[in-house]
Ligand binder design. Structure first.
Ligand code: FES
Ligand SMILES: [Fe+2]
Length: 374
């Protein structure tokens, strides 16, 4: 087993505090800003993505919008202003902005003979879409001054496989850099230690694992396989008497998709780790399924287990934050930490391709088998 120290890991998590230094967060991607239900009526909601403060709302037609929460006049947060369903008025000097384009439409202090071209003033505005119960915001690279360099791709969507299904959402804040949140998400070796419980597993259930991985666009896939025999939820699925297989994908910037298929039955989930500030991220978990739909209270039961799971991860990251605060050197090992290494390599390859304009050089050039114990 080889051990590899990773200086990139250290520098990416202990970046300086000035907003101008590289914060190790990826631009030109969609991120979930708030849950759809956090925006009600004409009220404005706030969020922060990649250290950018946002004011979010929904227009008279119900279409969501996202503006930089800062008036271009004197920096007043626009979220303190008044929104009438079309136009947002700053609370300080009453400048008005179109909610979707950010274009200034009125400056009350201008005299009749003013020649100022009001329509050339813009509040920062961002592409915004609603999917799966989240308001997603596309964060263009601020270094590319003239807006997004490439056409904005569609916002991510959770795959579902039948007309009717159940859907639930959970979230937790993690007091760490997004990189730590993401490698925590893909780490196969912490399960028996962090998620010990009678219904899931104990440290005595550790056994040898062997999984195949393959490259996918912007990420990698744990190829379709029968789920591990030592976890209880998978045992439950056996009652359907159908072959069960599961696929887990990771894709930049921050998404882990898991699908379990069992004949016509399925479970599909997505976890995203979203950078809020360089020292804070949030994990958003959404799951949809048509299995056990006949079981009463299936949703609250699932939520109770999932919440506990997420809480265990959150508490672990809270403890880890004490250690990471001192910028320690870290040691990623093969094979258990190989997905984490791929993440850093993918990120570097993505940034390099953006810098040079050349196609991204994927760190996996074909299928790979990893072995570890968990
Ligand atoms: S700060 Fe917004 S109008 Fe002056
Ligand atoms: Fe975990």
């Amino acid at each position: 087993m080889s051990e590899v120290a990773t200086p990139s890991l250290r520098s990416s998590v202990s970046a300086g505090s000035s907003a101008s230094t590289d914060s190790g967060m990826l631009w030109d991607f969609w991120y979930p800003a708030v849950r759809s239900r956090q925006i009600r009526g004409r009220a404005l909601s706030t969020a922060m993505l990649l250290e950018v403060p946002l004011a979010l709302g929904r227009d008279a037609q119900g279409r969501a919008f996202a503006l930089r929460d800062s008036c271009p006049h004197r920096g007043m947060p626009l979220s303190f202003g008044h929104f009438d369903g079309i136009t947002l008025e700053c609370c300080y000097h009453g400048w008005q902005f179109d909610a979707h384009t950010g274009r200034c439409t009125a400056i009350p202090s201008l005299s009749a003979d003013s020649r100022l071209k009001v329509e050339r003033i813009f509040a920062g505005h961002f592409p915004c879409e609603e999917r799966d119960g989240y308001v997603w915001v596309y964060m263009p690279d601020p270094a590319a001054r003239s807006g997004p360099t490439e056409p904005v791709p569609p916002a991510p969507q959770l795959p579902t496989f039948s007309e009717r299904y159940r859907l639930t959402h959970l979230w937790a804040e993690l007091p760490c850099h997004v990189d730590q949140g993401i490698i925590g998400l893909m780490d196969p070796a912490h399960g028996p230690f962090v998620h010990q419980s009678w219904w899931w597993r104990s440290r005595h259930s550790i056994r040898e694992k062997e999984k195949k991985f393959e490259p996918i666009a912007n990420g990698f896939r744990m190829s379709a396989h029968a789920p591990s025999a030592n976890s209880a939820p998978y045992k439950l699925l056996r009652i359907y008497g159908q072959p069960i297989n599961t696929t887990i994908d990771f894709a930049l910037p921050n998404m882990r998709f898991e699908q379990i298929r069992c004949g016509p039955y399925w479970f599909s989930s997505r976890a995203t780790v979203t950078p809020i500030r360089r020292d804070l991220c949030r994990i958003d978990f959404v799951a949809a399924w048509n299995i056990f739909r006949w079981v009463p209270f299936a949703v609250p039961i699932f939520r109770a287990f999932a919440r506990r799971f997420l809480r265990q991860d959150q508490q672990t990251m809270e403890k880890q934050a004490f250690g990471l605060a001192h910028g320690p050197n870290l040691t990623l090992i093969d094979d258990a930490d190989r997905p984490a290494k791929w993440y850093f390599q993918l990120k570097a390859a993505h940034l390099e391709s953006k810098r040079t304009g050349a196609p991204m050089r994927h760190p996996l050039d074909g299928p790979v088998t990893l072995r570890w114990r968990s």
